[in-house]
Ligand binder design. Structure first.
Ligand code: CA
Length: 340
């Protein structure tokens, strides 16, 4: 994880020519931040991840692409637009992608994320709509235009990423880094074997893990250790409308449905934080293979840490949760200061 992403203002030139993607945010030095594309399915924790990206000085969010997952594609796209506008990212393009997994039926985790996908959060309807075109084309074009400079982050099912790799296998060598929230080296959350994002589209996940790049896997092994405790939620309540209109009503739904401790995890935020500060997580090289045909284990990320394997992943195995929340609350504080 380095930086070295300066000199991008006004668009960058790459194999697909000039691509006017980058939008330096006010007061932020692009040379000190990492440019990311976020493929997501908002989704409560996706929304919290977008809010973190909006406030972190270490992250330059260049684009959001959406996929069906926590709720259907129309809702994940509408939610991405609404959250981005609410946290001051009106100029970040939002592009819709796949409406269903590659082979499996369309899914809906509305029982976890609420009818809208954002729990109890009700945000203003944004003035803009999604970009024309498809997320897969946007991902390929953006990364091809700036090879080695963009970190791709996926916090939903891997349908868009898997199909983008089928369309353009060189994507795997053009990214600066590739990070997912998904999987588990231990137990799952949909069932004992599988984590939701992998379980939702295991064929796509299998393509992604076999693509020849190193997947940085931020899975349940660490995300369950970064909980929004009562003390954290108290600090969120001091963040004005960011806390009262988005963070807390969204988390309240999560706490009701997903986690009975009242101190829910914020899975997707972990993936973006891992880019903002590479010291928050500790990684172990591993060979991860996705089970696609198991009767009881479909979507399982079979994770082999043996020294003799050829690794295809760096799996997060420990987290500095205090540092994590320090970064998250600092970023949320910056957003709150901006939006009131
Ligand atoms: Ca998600």
């Amino acid at each position: 994880m380095g930086n070295g992403v300066g000199g991008r203002e006004g668009g960058a030139t790459g194999p697909f020519g000039t691509f006017g993607l980058f939008l330096a945010r006010d007061g932020q030095d692009p040379a000190m931040s990492t440019t990311i594309l976020l493929d997501c399915d908002p989704g409560i924790d996706d929304a919290l991840a977008i809010a973190f990206a909006a406030g972190s000085p270490a992250i330059e969010l260049a684009g959001i692409t959406t996929v069906a997952g926590n709720v259907g594609l129309a809702k994940t796209t509408a939610n991405a637009l609404a959250v981005a506008s609410f946290v001051g990212l009106d100029k970040v393009p939002v592009t819709a992608g796949c409406a269903a997994p590659i082979l499996r039926p369309a899914l809906d985790a509305g029982h976890v994320h609420g009818e809208s996908g954002l729990g109890g959060a009700v945000l203003p309807t944004p003035a803009r709509v999604a970009e024309s075109g498809h997320a897969i084309d946007h991902i390929i074009s953006a990364i091809a235009a700036s090879p080695g400079e963009i970190t791709l982050v996926a916090t939903g099912p891997l349908t868009n990423i898997g199909l983008a790799l089928r369309r353009e296998p060189r994507l795997a060598s053009w990214v600066k880094d590739f990070v997912i929230m998904g999987g588990s080296a231990s137990r799952g959350n949909v069932n004992h074997a599988a984590e939701y994002n992998i379980w939702a589209d295991p064929e796509a996940a299998s393509i992604v893990f076999e693509a020849g790049w190193t997947v940085r896997m931020i899975g349940l092994d660490v995300t369950l250790l970064a909980r929004a405790t009562k003390a954290i939620q108290d600090r969120m309540s001091a963040l004005g409308s960011l806390g009262s209109s988005l963070l807390l009503p969204a988390l309240a739904q999560y706490a009701d449905s997903h986690d009975t401790t009242g101190e829910p995890p914020v899975h997707d935020v972990c993936a973006v934080v891992s880019i903002a500060d590479p010291t928050v997580f500790t990684y172990t090289p591993a060979r991860v293979q996705v089970e696609t045909s198991g009767r009881f284990t479909s979507g399982m990320t079979v994770t082999d840490f043996s020294p003799s394997i050829i690794p295809n992943a760096r799996v997060a195995t420990a987290i500095d949760a205090d540092r994590f929340w320090e970064l998250v609350l600092d970023a949320y504080g910056s957003v709150a200061a901006k939006i009131g």
